[in-house]
Design a protein. Structure first.
Length: 333
């Protein structure tokens, strides 16, 4: 009996050690990917500047947050977009989306301030939303007379909606509009399972998107997506409930959503986050918030990051037209 108990204790100890080693290995790999991506993006940034001829300068918001200000020809000084990059709350920076931000600035005739918010797992929730709120207040302080909109893709889109939830909770002024691309809006695993059960959809691993090699690759990518998204959500939330609307904005109460500004949401119709986009559009509609939803052919997540494609061009043009409806008159830079 004592031997059995000792064996169980040893098994538990070994299991804990293996889990800790696996967690630390993933953390090291994540930091490695983050460093490589950042290095490559910074090298690429001057080439992007030669291409779009945008003025790009660095900004410092506080001890946690810095970023860049991107101004293209035709940008209006009184039109500001506060942008949050994607990366599953664990990766990315203002430099990884520098090219996309330049095209967004041009399409919207606006100055774009893109910020480096703190990332998980080193800085889990609520660090990112605290940084988003600080960046919002800083932009308002720096540009008190400007029209300020929000924009973001994937996890950056999550921060856009989470920030609007937080502003509604605090009773503070909302942006004039919000534009998101493939926003990640539901991180709570329990609610995700309930949504699948209610819609009769299968888990990604059980879905089949085709036959042959292409079908096998598609099936594999769907499974990888679900596991990767769940892992990143755990890194971001850690011990905080993922059902918090500041984590999963789709779970925000309707009286808060009713305070949102007009929103435009774009996604690919076959990507896993298309359901988040359509669900948020439906929630906004129920709350009488003006919303424009556009689903594009294909399944590429944040397809707007790929320049020169017809879908990417059309999406940014539509976002620009949408924002033009809500900008206040302003002078060209």
């Amino acid at each position: 009996s004592n031997l059995t108990q000792a064996s169980q204790v040893l098994d538990g100890l070994l299991g804990s050690i293996m889990t800790a080693m696996e967690t630390e290995t993933r953390r090291v790999l994540l930091h490695g990917v983050r460093s490589i991506t950042e290095f490559g993006s910074r090298i690429h940034a001057p080439i992007v500047g030669l291409w779009d001829r945008a003025r790009c300068s660095t900004v410092t918001i506080n001890e946690h947050i810095d970023g860049i200000k991107v101004v293209t020809s035709g940008s209006c000084e009184g039109h500001i977009i506060l942008h949050f990059h994607g990366g599953a709350h664990c990766l990315g920076s203002v430099w990884t989306t520098r090219e996309l931000v330049g095209r967004l600035s041009h399409a919207a005739s606006a100055i774009v301030v893109s910020v480096n918010y703190r990332l998980a797992p080193d800085d889990p929730f609520p660090a990112a939303i605290e940084d988003a709120l600080a960046a919002w207040r800083w932009v308002r302080e720096q540009h008190p007379a400007a029209s300020i909109a929000l924009a973001g893709e994937s996890a950056g889109g999550n921060l856009c909606f989470a920030l609007m939830v937080r502003l509604a909770q605090l009773g503070e002024q909302q942006p004039v509009a919000c534009a998101t691309m493939s926003p990640w809006l539901l991180l709570d695993p329990k609610t995700i399972c309930e949504r699948k059960a209610n819609t009769g959809s299968e888990p990604f691993e059980a879905q089949h998107v085709g036959f042959g090699i292409a079908g096998r690759l598609g099936n594999l990518s769907l499974g990888v997506w679900e596991r990767g998204a769940a892992r990143c959500a755990m890194r971001y939330c850690q011990n905080h409930p993922a059902c918090d609307p500041l984590v999963s904005p789709l779970l925000a109460e309707e009286h808060l959503v009713a305070k949102f500004p007009p929103c435009v949401i774009h996604a690919a119709e076959e990507e896993p986050l298309a359901v988040d986009a359509t669900s948020m559009a439906a929630l906004c509609t129920r709350c009488a918030v003006p919303v424009e939803l556009q689903l594009y052919p294909g399944g590429l997540h944040v397809f707007q990051a790929v320049p020169f494609t017809s879908s990417s061009k059309d999406s940014l043009e539509r976002i620009g037209v949408f924002l033009q409806r809500y900008w206040r008159p302003a002078m060209l830079v």
